[in-house]
Design a protein around this ligand. Structure first.
Ligand SMILES: [Zn+2]
Length: 96
């Protein structure tokens, strides 16, 4: 009897659209947590300019040179990790 009464109470007081809306509110939070986990696990990403090769072909002469964006490394720091580093640096400078 108790589960049936609980089901009735839930149907009476919880609007299904409210449940859907509250689940949709979780999506940005989960995306943020996922990105934070990605930044913690892998702080560097592939350079977008050279696709991680570190080389760029000049448009006129077709000579390959080191990518200016990543200095030929092919990797860049992720925006989230860059923000974390900035905050840590600011905190360290402020408390020293
Ligand atoms: Zn690059």
């Amino acid at each position: 009897m108790a589960p049936y009464a609980l089901k009735l109470a839930l149907e009476a007081f919880v609007d299904p659209s409210a449940v859907i809306a509250s689940l949709l509110c979780l999506v940005p939070a989960l995306l943020t947590l996922g990105y934070a986990a990605l930044c913690a696990a892998s702080p560097f990403g592939r350079c977008r300019r050279c696709s991680g090769t570190g080389k760029r072909r000049t448009p006129l002469t077709r000579i390959t040179r080191d990518c200016h964006r990543c200095d030929g490394i092919g990797r860049r720091i992720r925006l989230g990790q860059h923000l974390v580093n900035e905050i840590r640096r600011e905190y360290r400078n402020g408390t020293r």
